[in-house]
Design a protein around this ligand. Structure first.
Ligand code: UFG
Length: 339
């Protein structure tokens, strides 16, 4: 069974391709390599023994997208990861984000309609909840106005999918990710941030390896036990496994609604300081860090209510925080050897 994975050479995409192949799915990746490397294909093959099919083009090109669907008329389902994802950059370049993230989705949905593809799994984010009034965040926690164009593209995309499905023979699963970290245990694939990382985990590992002088902890005056902000960190392989289950659910006709929404997190919130301590514990390295002021746009705390995903998907995140931080470090060391 052939699955199209857009953005399949990226961080979450590549881990999902590995899990799909392990379950016997045939994978075709479309990626424009704007934030990933072609070598990822060989690294996937090192893990699974099979190089996925690959086409390089930009999904905002409607003609190329339609030509692609005409040529590959045996695609059973789509997992759509391809998108820009840097919150700060989206504030600087909103149109670039709206064009890239939404035009590509329009072309994919149109391609599904034109070519009779019924199932799509969409990469959404817990950013749609903003700062929830009540925690943990459930799938029916109210959506709040996005605080960045990036976040808004996720909200609009969820709406576009939901509205399109009403009159078409299409079904969707919207997966709202919390904070994915870590890497495949083989250390053949992982996160490859371009330039200075924005996210916590790659910043920590780059500091530990000596690429950055110190980690800046953004704020210790939040209303949390240690004053630093709390997130629900989830191992990327646990997250990837959920995508395979989502695809299996759709093709086996097990879905209960044409659009289903699931939170993908562990259900546990950890503070920035707890992540630092976990990293130190799991690696034996002492991390340089400084406490600075809050980062604009950050929320104080969020973690997932995962009961619906656990019961409906029969899926549960398994890796502990120490396993996550250890695997992120293993990947950073593997990257250093490659260079
Ligand atoms: N942090 C630091 N120092 C850093 C980087 C991050 O203290 O150098 C802190 C942040 O302030 C935050 C926490 O670590 O409290 C996590 O920050 P990340 O940037 O790793 O993750 P965010 O929760 O800010 O953002 C992530 C994704 C977004 C998504 C968002 C949804 O990167 O794509 O979750 O909440 F929109």
């Amino acid at each position: 069974m052939k699955i199209l994975v857009t953005g399949g050479t990226g961080y979450i995409g590549s881990h999902t391709v590995v899990e799909l192949q392990a379950k016997g799915f045939e994978v075709i990746i479309v990626d424009n390599l704007s934030n990933s490397s072609i070598e990822v294909l060989d690294n996937i093959a090192k893990i699974t023994g099979k190089k996925p099919l690959f086409e390089k083009f930009d999904l905002t090109d409607s003609e190329k997208t339609e030509d692609f669907f005409k040529l590959h008329n045996d695609i059973k389902a789509i997992i759509h990861f391809a998108a820009f994802k840097a919150v700060g950059e989206s504030v600087q370049l909103p149109l670039m984000y709206y064009r890239n993230n939404l035009v590509s989705l329009i072309n994919i949905l149109q391609g599904m309609i034109n070519n009779g593809i019924r199932d799509i799994v969409f990469s959404s984010s817990c950013t749609v909840y903003g700062q929830p009034e009540r925690l943990p965040a459930r799938e029916d926690t109210p959506i709040q106005k996005a605080n960045s164009p990036y976040g808004n593209t996720k909200q609009i995309a969820e709406e576009m999918i939901t509205e399109t499905i009403v009159n078409e023979n299409i079904r969707a699963i919207l997966l709202r990710y919390f904070n994915p970290i870590g890497a495949h245990h083989s250390a053949f694939i992982g996160e490859l941030p371009l330039g200075i990382p924005n996210n916590l985990m790659p910043y920590i590992t780059q500091t530990a390896i000596g690429k950055r002088d110190f980690l800046r902890v953004w704020g210790d005056d939040y209303q949390t036990p240690d004053g630093t902000a709390i997130r629900d960190y989830i191992h990327v392989v646990d997250l990837a496994r959920a995508h395979v289950i989502a695809v299996e659910r759709m093709v086996a006709e097990k879905g209960k609604n044409d659009v289903e929404v699931f939170n993908l997190g562990t259900g546990n919130g950890f503070s920035v300081m707890e992540v630092i301590r976990s990293f130190e514990r799991s690696t034996g390295i002492k991390l340089n860090f400084k406490i600075l002021g809050r980062r604009p746009g950050d929320i104080e705390q969020v973690w997932a209510d995962t009961r619906f995903a656990n019961s409906e998907l029969g899926w549960k995140a398994e890796k502990t925080l120490d396993e996550m931080t250890a695997s992120a470090w293993k990947w950073e060391k593997a990257l250093a050897v490659k260079k």
